[in-house]
Design a protein around this ligand. Structure first.
Ligand code: G
Ligand code: G
Ligand code: MN
Ligand code: NA
Length: 250
């Protein structure tokens, strides 16, 4: 496909890069971490959505090489951040089935001089469906190395609650569809309040995605959500602006 060709060329010609979106501690208002988000601009197709090229990378098996490249880039940037700021990185479902995953990740962290304790990996439920036991073993090995595990897009997939009783995620990223509903769907508030409460009860840390308005932010803070992410708090931006943002908040 055209996307696949653009992806291969992008990898060869170093056109794949990473943007960073702030993750904010809602109590203090400070940036606690950044999520790395892959970007690809093709000379002919222009900017290609990661939804498309990540999917193409999964189909072709290029995802392993692509992800290594992106993590390396992300760590090189994150190494310059102050110590307390963490890096969040997305893993795709296929990577959870890679028997070499732990070794690959650790090799990149070592090479980049980036401590595993500052890395958080985001996984989606779809990555854990085909072989839940296998995926949980992989996540436990990662955790044993000091890496934290977050569940991404929580509530948007299947069997969410069953997953939560099986594995202790450090952080639960509440899907932005819940936050979207605030202010427009009158049942959104009790659902979201219960999800935040559930996450607390599990001993995990809550993070709301897709915060776009001050009213959403105020509601989430008042209801005890710990972290937030979304266009209101900051869009994904290139490495240089990220560093400038951090310098400005000290
Ligand atoms: O940045 P944007 O919202 O367009 O990203 C769209 C999707 O692509 C999101 O679901 C995000 O998780 C995924 N994505 C972005 N960067 C990466 C990456 O480096 N690895 C994987 N596996 N997925 C990514
Ligand atoms: O699947 P994942 O949660 O990793 O996807 C992150 C994607 O969500 C990124 O592509 C990012 O651009 C997008 N995103 C981040 N904040 C917002 C927001 O406030 N609103 C919307 N609509 N998308 C967002
Ligand atoms: Mn994510
Ligand atoms: Na997400």
């Amino acid at each position: 496909s055209r996307i696949e060709a653009a992806l291969r060329q992008g990898l060869e010609q170093n056109r794949l890069f990473v943007h960073f979106q702030p993750i904010v501690d809602l109590a203090s208002g400070r940036i606690a971490a950044f999520e790395a988000l892959a970007r690809l601009t093709d000379p002919e197709l222009g900017s290609i959505s990661p939804l498309l090229f990540i999917e193409a990378a999964e189909h072709t098996g290029l995802i392993l090489k692509l992800s290594d490249h992106l993590l390396r880039l992300a760590c090189e940037t994150a190494r310059q951040w102050p110590q307390e700021v963490h890096l969040s990185f997305n893993l795709s479902p296929r990577q959870l089935r890679d028997p070499m995953l732990v070794r690959r990740l650790l090799a990149i962290l070592t090479e980049a001089g980036f401590p595993p304790q500052r890395l958080e990996l985001e996984v989606t439920e779809s990555g854990m469906i085909s072989d839940a036991d296998g995926a949980e073993d992989v996540l436990r090995s990662l955790r044993a190395e000091g890496i934290r595990i977050a569940i991404d897009d929580f509530g948007a997939g299947y069997s969410s609650f069953a997953r939560l009783s099986r594995f202790a995620f450090e952080r639960i990223k509440i899907d932005r569809s819940f936050v979207n509903g605030l202010g427009s769907e009158h049942r959104a508030e009790p659902v979201l309040a219960s999800v935040i409460h559930l996450i607390d009860a599990l001993g995990s840390i809550s993070l709301a995605e897709g915060i776009e308005t001050q009213a959403q932010l105020d509601w989430l803070r008042a209801h005890g959500c710990r972290f937030g992410q979304g266009y209101l708090l900051g869009r994904p931006e290139p490495a240089e602006s990220t560093l400038a943002r951090l310098r400005a908040q000290r």
